[in-house]
Design a protein around this ligand. Sequence first.
Ligand SMILES: [Zn+2]
Length: 348
Amino acid sequence: MTKSNWNVGWPRFLAGLFLICVIFCIFVKYYNHDYMYTNQHTLKGKYEFEGKGLHTGKKVHMMVEPAPKNFGIQFKRSDLGESAPLVEACVDYVSATARGTTLDKQGVTVLTLEHLMGALYGMHIDNALITLDAPEVPILDGSAKPYADAFSKDGLVEQNAPRKYLVLDRKVVCRNEKGSEMVVLPDDHFSIDVMIDYNSKVVGCQYARFETDTDFVKEIAPCRTFVFLHELEPLFKYNLIKGGDLDNALVIVENPVPQEELDRLAGIFNVKRLERVPEGYLSHTSLRFQNECARHKLLDVLGDFSLVGYPIKGKVIAYKSGHSINTTIARELRTLAQKQFRRRWMEQ
Ligand SMILES: [Zn+2]
């Protein structure tokens, strides 16, 4: 080979290498993740959690364990005896959405399941049996972090059955009188964009995004539920958060309040001293992310969308979302999925 051949060959070789790298990166970003989850998954081990229900205040022991393919996610209330039916994590059984999502099947209830369900859905876990000895899933630290940390430590087990995706062929829109709006658009992948606006100086307008390559365990699971200080006292007064304490929520203090008022609250919550930090939150904790509130709302959307019963290929855009609108649109998506699978079955 002459020297001039070398000079012509190198640029071509480098250009080819660059092209291969670009193709590889595109493959990893857009296809590899979905490819990994074309089959169903379950947990590797059994996981136990102890805590109390946010709304009932009842102590609860919860076991999350592996389940066979096509089992889905089902809840067992061990305190009601063997004759009590299992409750499928399905939007058909949603009976209430005030400050949490409640399922009710033939009088067997499961309350505040959205953070646990968000963890299962965000981590692509299709099949699991959840046993509770009380009606409500423990609130723990108000996020999905304890679940995500436990499940991710051991990894998952791939099962010999394909996931059945709901593939949207049209846009689905839902609005409500509170100014909330959700749109789900056809797409090759699942993604969620959440925007929140409480007309609050402290929270401001926040935005959060989840897509197939988002690290759910690190980016979304740790985000805690939140409450405004002015909402807190009435909730306590009307016994709506019997299990609420300052360890399981961010408390937003919109305007400065007199220290005597904060001292009185410290007494109610049994903590030494409370202050309003300059960012506008109560001093018992610090923010895990600047947009922790929007990320938590995203976790709630994941949890409520898991009740569709099928993983979704679609782009979700949520503005001021809440459990009511989440489950309303989840119900519509489930109806679409059932029609789609019936059609596919008839065409076979
Ligand atoms: Zn929540």
